[in-house]
Design a protein around this ligand. Sequence first.
Ligand SMILES: [Mn+2]
Length: 537
Amino acid sequence: VQFHSQTDQIITSQEQLEQLLLERITPEFQQSFLSPTHPLQLTPKDTGISPAQLKKAVTFIHKAIEEKQMVVIYGDYDCDGVTATAVLWEALHELGLAAQPFIPQREKHGYGLSLAALKEIVSTQKPDLLITVDNGIVAHEQVEWLKKQDIAVIITDHHEPLNTLPPANAIVHTTQLAGAGVSWILARELLGDKAQDLLDYVVLGTIADQVPLLGANRSIAWYGIHALKNSSRPSLKTLAELSGITLSSATVQTINYTFAPRINAMGRLFNAMDALRALVTRNPEKTRQLMQKLGSANEHRQDMTQDAWKQAKLLAATLNDDSVLIIQGNFHEGIIGLIASRLVDEFHKPAIVLTNSNPGTLKASCRSIIGVHITDFLRSLPQPSFLSLGGHALAAGFSLATSEYESLITNVRQLSQTITADVLEPRLDIIGPLSWQLFNQDTLNTLQKFEPFGAGNSEPLFLLSEIKVVDSKPVGKEQQHLRLNLQNEASGQSTQVICFQYQRRCPNFQNMTQAAIKLKASTYGSRTIDIELIAGQ
Ligand SMILES: [Mn+2]
């Protein structure tokens, strides 16, 4: 891993630290960074959504309410899609419209707005209006088909569009927000200030979808975390309780590692409708029952992922020379995205994971690194033979005839030669060397102003240089973590640090002379600050 320091000068004051933290934010987002605009005050320009299209969508919805139309909300089965559905469903409910939510099942209906799912909807519900959330922007053919059935269509989505847009009645779209964020902007247009009550849902989808937490997303994350902590929903309280945490202490990490995986597990393995029901039901007994179901689905998902990961890692290890990892195995369709993510973490290369779907068809999930826009990459393959393809910069999904597999590999190998070596070099962005005098509460306070950390605003790392290891001791249930005592060779000062999963992060810790660290409020004892070692050299 390459350490990239923003400055080589030792940081000795809070002012200097604050300045450096601000400088690393993309310039256009710096101004409002420390006092984010409230989501209710975001302008269309802040979000990239067309006001005209938004108005059109609202007109259609008001007409639907007036005429007591049958309305279906068509969502998606990941955390973003499920919360986006919850947002719009509750907003319409608030206006007295009992819309029917529909979330496709991965195996039965496929991904996104699919004809199989639409035919099922039309035969059972016969809607007058269908509103998509978190999908639909590349579903030209499907929208065409819906219009032939005399069904009005509003698309709300945040995925990358093609050169043309589908012939929907209104398109509320931007790539700047998560699907739940786009859905919320429509809800806000309908409900006004009351839409504030839905921010607890929106933050779940926004964080889970890994959108950069800058600009409008920072507004949503900042106020959304607050809304989540103070949420009075029985569902979210129960979700927290069953995960062994208190909702009032929820963070971005809680969403990423605890809440989102549980909501996602349902859609990955079973039916995401249960995740939606678990979120929106007001009946405490029912919500508990459903949330327990989410918990066991998540455990099941963890077991499956572990086995598949072992297999995937072995396959990937044979692809040393490739800039893009393609592996194929007999994986459960619901976990190929997780496997792709782990491959990216482990090998720092874009990863494509394929599995057999219906006879003669392969399904793939792709994840990427900064610098390789994976959806654009796939779209620019010569003679693309995808049956379907969609995604954004860092994630994509496609399906393909099994007979096309070999030519896919050849084409990807060829195109991946355009990826330059510096993009593939794993790098760790570090603010700079922090004076050891600043390992204190004031520094934590300065850091806190820049929360919540996440995509686009990563948790700040600092450099410890000229160090030697005085003492070390493995800790944890399986001795997998390491507690170290470090000394600065110049000043003689020493400090204690913890390194989680040290065999992965810092296998040669005995010989390290510099380390990347992060500072956190202490979780134990009388200390105020914990230092976590992220990597050593
Ligand atoms: Mn999404």
